[in-house]
Design a protein around this ligand. Sequence first.
Ligand code: HEC
Length: 121
Amino acid sequence: MTTKMLIGAMFALILSSLGALAETRLSTIDVGQRIYQRNCLHCHGVRLDGKGPDAASLSVPPASFHTYLSRLKDDAELAKLIKQGKQFLGMHNWEDTLTEEQVQDLIAYIRSAAPHVKVKP
Ligand code: HEC
């Protein structure tokens, strides 16, 4: 094997491992799902239907993101609700806990399971 070939082989190896690294990077939706599982699932549920394990202990049930009313909300409305919470209803405000990027990741995840519906004017 010549030195040139050896260098070529090493380059190929480095390039393929870089490719593998890129593949393991999570999509925005996957990142959002992780944040959801850690912070929201115990109330809003695995299926985003508001039936998480802690839902029974709340006087107001957590929102199901599949309802028409919830899907009517645009991204900005969802972001506002997540950041500000709903006082007296058991929905925390997440403004101080999550970054803007994390809120957007969460919305991407919620949208993937319960897409936004637009009403024609
Ligand atoms: C302690 C339980 C609890 C946790 C944890 C929780 N929520 Fe909620 N959430 C609620 C309740 C209760 C409501 C109010 C339901 C209503 O208004 O009918 C709500 C409402 C919402 C709404 C408004 C939905 C709509 O259509 O009106 C959004 C969006 C939301 N939650 C997102 C989240 C996200 C994202 C997280 C995690 C970062 C989270 N929630 C964590 C209990 C919780």
